[in-house]
Design a binder for this molecule. Structure first.
Ligand code: PMP
Length: 444
């Protein structure tokens, strides 16, 4: 049983045969044929601690031995309480309330809904508009999809999606004017929010939502210096809530536990997932400030929301063990150190590559943009399918990386997202760059 066509499990890509995973050891996944794959992207920026971490496995087993699940309508649990405490202790700004979920899309839905209920509770029901960004990704459920700015993902569902409003992303490489400094560009990109708030009428805008470091759609694009400080000022000026999506870039991925720490801002509402469970359990969370939550309690008693698996004891036990390792165990700090090595080695290998237009990112969250021409930054036509070809070639070479296609309008090129486990060693980063170079050469 080396490879399996997917016959019953969706999504089914016709004719695709996938290796069957049999094991995981540190930075490697192993299939039933014994082939080893270096996990250069942690799946989709999930496996921050690598595979088979004995501490996390022991914590999950211990919880399973006590009790796997108890519904939050009837019980709280020790791991859920301890994880919420540790999250609040280590969260930026005044985030002090935690809502546990099973993943990032649920966290996005929860963030949007709590922003809305906040304004209803405060007697401003006219505030119902969400502003987000083009080429963003917040999840695949209908609310999160509507908030996101990926036209291809949204197209089939257009009639079902709530109206949301979008400003351009903060992406100096693609949207900066020739000669415009990153700082000047960042100011200009942030000012688009003010213009949109004024266009819509501030009394109708409930929140602005953005990924702190743009992940899946753009490929690890950090904000320009000063961008989020200005965004924060604009939000405050008009009473608009700031929602930061750190589902992909949070939990140490960028070298600090929260990506926004490096931008000197704190949100009113934040979402996390992926690295919170490290892949050991599905778990996400929405955090908000007391200022967001208190009016809801006062006016309505409680937040009008809920899922069966919120605060799942086994999932929160995994999250607690992962977050403990990231914080007290120093793994988030290691992400900063080894992330610098990753960046250095990517620059050394691809800095002059004729088809690499940009190398960007923070810490263990790095992206490289593939272009047809470095000078003009012209992307390859989508029809060339460069990103899917890189993915296939990388798997053949024994590397898991996360390539994605550029946008159809040519605004963004194909890119490869790299997000290895924080435990990766420099020699394994060499293996990663070797295999990635092979895959890119084969694909182009
Ligand atoms: N937000 C961001 C920034 C993401 O990258 C993702 C997943 N790629 C999501 C939300 C949705 O998370 P999930 O797939 O766990 O629903």
């Amino acid at each position: 049983m080396g490879e399996r066509a997917m016959n019953h499990i969706l999504p089914r890509a016709e004719g695709v045969r996938l290796p069957v995973v049999a094991g995981g050891e540190g930075c490697y996944l192993i299939d039933t044929e014994g082939r080893r794959y270096l996990d250069g992207s942690g799946g989709a920026a999930v496996s921050c601690l690598g595979h088979g971490d004995p501490d996390i496995i022991a914590a999950i087993k211990a919880q399973l031995d006590r009790v796997a699940f108890a519904h939050t309508g009837f019980f709280t649990s020790e791991p859920a309480e301890a994880l919420a405490d540790l999250l609040v202790e280590t969260a930026p700004g005044d985030l002090s309330r935690v809502y546990f979920l099973s993943g990032g899309s649920e966290a996005a839905e929860t963030a949007i809904k709590i922003a809305r209920q906040h304004w209803v509770a405060r007697g401003e029901p006219g505030r119902h508009r969400l502003i987000a960004r083009e080429q963003s990704y917040h999840g695949n459920t209908l609310g999160a999809l509507a908030a996101g700015g990926n036209p291809a993902r949204k197209a089939p569902y257009a009639p079902l999606l709530a109206e949301m409003h979008h400003i351009p992303p903060c992406h100096h490489y693609r949207h900066g004017e020739p000669g415009e400094s990153a700082e000047d560009y960042g100011r200009r990109a942030a000012d688009a929010l003010e213009a949109e708030i004024l266009r819509l009428g501030p009394e109708t805008v409930m929140a602005f939502m953005a990924e702190t470091v743009s992940g899946a759609t753009l490929g690890c694009v950090p904000p320009a210096p000063g961008y989020f400080r200005r965004i924060r000022e604009i939000c405050d000026r008009y009473g608009v809530l700031l929602i930061l999506d750190e589902v992909m870039c949070g939990m140490g991925r960028t070298g600090t536990l929260w990506a926004c720490e490096q931008d000197g801002v704190a949100p009113d509402i934040a979402t996390i997932a992926k690295g919170l469970g490290g892949g050991y359990q599905p778990i996400g969370a929405m955090l908000c400030t007391e200022a967001v939550y208190a009016p809801i309690v006062e006016a309505h008693g409680a937040f009008q929301h809920g899922h069966t698996y919120i605060g799942h004891p086994t999932a929160t036990a995994a999250g607690l063990a992962v977050l403990t390792k990231l914080t007290r165990g120093g793994l988030a700090a290691r992400a900063a150190e080894i992330g610098a090595v990753l960046r250095e080695k990517l620059e050394a290998r691809f800095g002059q590559h004729p088809n690499v237009g940009d190398i960007r990112g923070r810490g263990m969250f790095q992206g490289i943009e593939i272009v047809a021409d470095r000078e003009s930054k012209a992307p390859f036509p989508r029809a060339r399918g460069v990103a899917p070809k890189i993915k296939k070639a990388a798997m053949r070479a024994g590397l898991i990386c996360y390539p994605a296609q550029g946008t159809a309008d040519g605004q963004a090129g194909d890119h490869v997202l790299l997000a290895p486990p924080f435990i990766i060693e420099p020699s394994q980063i060499d293996e990663l760059t070797d295999k990635l170079e092979t895959a890119i050469t084969e694909a182009i």
